[in-house]
Design a protein around this ligand. Structure first.
Ligand code: B16
Ligand code: MG
Length: 215
């Protein structure tokens, strides 16, 4: 396989924003009168904002109107944005910059493929704008992972075939999205969660272009 592009999920791959999502969801749950735990938060990784809210409300056990839910999602996002606005490049996960430099120097194209509507703000806060040739985020897709839309749009924006792409993903639904799009996938995290990926690594710290070319 000739690798022409690498497509990166954002949250959980480039940066750990899950902790900020968690704080914002937990405050919303507290306002609604129930506790939201880190274990509950695991269920929201890679899931869109409204689908995350549905899971949270299911945990709370009450039903709400569409208007109420839209208001809740808005208020959670305001809390989340106020947290991520304070992020700095120090929060980029270990090994990412080195790996990005290696692949850029090798002429491999790069894109973000994220469910987050806040992806452009996060990339800006991390000062990573010049590292990505395209950003496909939650504002640009209508079908959530495991639908491959976000990654197929990434390949299209980069002018490469899906079969020439490798996706990096930390969520099981994202791994499935990559495979559904006929792309190779490297899972970032644990094998028991991401077992369908072509390879699973704990992070980028000991990863390199040489290892990428061996998949
Ligand atoms: P927002 P990813 C996902 O990003 C997160 O993993 C998920 O927890 C979040 O609910 C989703 O983005 C939507 O985020 O509320 O900012 O639009 O992992 O696909 O980069
Ligand atoms: Mg993710």
């Amino acid at each position: 396989m000739e690798i022409k592009a690498c497509l990166f999920d954002l949250d959980g791959v480039i940066v750990d924003t899950a902790k900020y999502h968690f704080l914002a969801w937990k405050e919303l749950a507290a306002d609604l009168g129930f506790d939201f735990t880190e274990e509950h938060n695991e269920r929201l990784k890679g899931v869109s904002r409204m689908a995350s809210l549905d899971i949270l409300l299911e945990i709370g056990g009450e039903t709400y109107t569409k208007e109420e839910k839209e208001e809740m999602a808005k208020s959670k996002n305001e809390r989340y944005v106020s947290l991520i606005q304070k992020m700095t490049p120090d929060e980029i996960l270990p090994g990412i910059i080195h790996f990005m430099n290696e692949i850029k120097n090798a002429g491999i194209k790069t894109a973000i493929g994220s469910a987050s509507k806040n992806a452009p703000l996060i990339i800006e806060r991390l000062k990573l704008e010049t590292y990505f040739d395209a950003i496909i985020d939650g504002n640009k897709v209508s079908n959530a992972k495991p639908d491959p839309e976000v990654f197929l749009k990434g390949a299209e924006a980069l002018g490469v075939q899906p079969s020439e792409c490798v996706v990096f993903e930390d969520a099981a639904a994202g791994v499935e999205a990559a495979l559904n799009g006929n792309m190779k996938c490297i899972g970032i995290g644990e094998k028991h969660v991401l077992g369908k990926a072509d390879k699973v690594i704990p992070g980028f710290e000991n990863f390199s272009l040489g290892k990428l070319l061996m998949i």
